[in-house]
Design a protein around this ligand. Sequence first.
Ligand SMILES: *Cc1c(COP(=O)(O)O)cnc(C)c1O
Length: 480
Amino acid sequence: MKLMFEKSVAGRGTHYLPALDVQEPEDLDPKFARQSDLDLPELSEVDVDRHYSELDRATFGVNNGIYMLGSCTMKYNPPVHELIVNRPEWAGLHPLQPEDSAQGALEAIGTLEHYLAEISGMNVVTFQPVAGAHGELVGLLTIRAYLESKGEGDRKVIFVPDAAHGTNPASASMAGFEIKAIPVFEDGSIDLDKLKEVAGPDTAGLMLTNPNTEGHFETGIREVCDIIHEAGGCCYYDGANLNAVMGVVRPGDMGFDLIHFNLHKTFSTPHGGGGPGACAVGAKEFLEEFLPGERAVKNGDTWEWETPAHSIGRVSTFHGNFLVMLRALSYVLTLGADGIRYTAQNAVLNANYMMFALKDLFPMASPDRCMHEFVASASKLKKETGVTAMDISKALLDYGVHPPTMYFPLTIPEALMVEPTETEPKETLDYAIKAFREIVELAHTDPEKVIGAPYTTPIARPDDVEAARHPILKYVPEEA
Ligand SMILES: *Cc1c(COP(=O)(O)O)cnc(C)c1O
């Protein structure tokens, strides 16, 4: 497909520029003025419209079909949120505006803080970080600041399970901690006795997702947190994806001291195209003074920005991604307490429905019951037919179905991690199940056909290793 610049035809154009609504500068030094015309594409309105429609057709999003990317919660994002956040009263605010002229915005942030604290069982929430991994780093730096304040800065060990999201050990390492694996049994549940043995005076804390990445809900979680607390550490909950538990059970009640939520996953902001995201970090009261600044706080009748007393400092310019917070607030207020619980229950129901319909085809990581996602292994199919998890994913594209997350978690060979999300109706789930079944059948009768897929997409199998090692970041027009 050609770029707009290549489609440009000299002299063509459509001009609907609004009238200048600021004063034209009178004494602008000519050295600041442009010396030549801007090289913009010259196109008619219909050219531009078709260009973007073509780009739209070459892209797959939640609006096109089921997007079952496990761990990522690619949920449907209601367009009404876009109407809300695009109102000039919100979108036109300047982050350096005096507080008294932005009371509504501070109140919106404070209100979202209240609801997220309620949902997670925490006392305070900061909105400074702009991505999940960024939130993890904030959480870990907060733990470090807390330990240092007690004269225990030499505690270095953070326990992380083997099945954890890769960002967990990466963030812990960036924050200067040493990572140790949490001891688990075959079925993925935590070995409490072993944990008791390894937790001690060097323990800084633990990072965990519950249900874990394989879909297993750790019922002994209170004991796990008790062991870490008794050893003198803090417990961090990776709540990037809260779809299975929100409105049902609260990480704060499980014993966790900190949590991060990806507002761009569970709380409805489109993601996958590279942002913008926003991450909220919730904490128990004893950690409040260390959180990054500033936070929106109500003093008497007025909202103000306040930096916590022993803050780890700023972690982003200004106040985080405000419009993403506003989408999350719209989502929470639209659903209400019952709606949030119903969302989680439906997410779990949809995932179990699909898992049980595919159980005879693939061994499952948590076969009795999963949470909001399940992990299937294609390793048996690979042995029998040569068809891999990657080939299945590619073949799904021809069905107009976005593939699941592949090769994660690392603990499951040929992993396919499916998260259908709560808004998918039964007909769509049945269609995706049928796609999986037909692909597996084809793998047994004509494996080469599956290995050659996809046949209908603009790009079939890019060399992703080559793309990562030698990225071509400059576009060279065809004619050149
Ligand atoms: C997505 C995710 C993260 C990281 O979030 P980013 O916004 O991509 O940085 C961390 N943990 C889990 C479990 C996730 O699913």
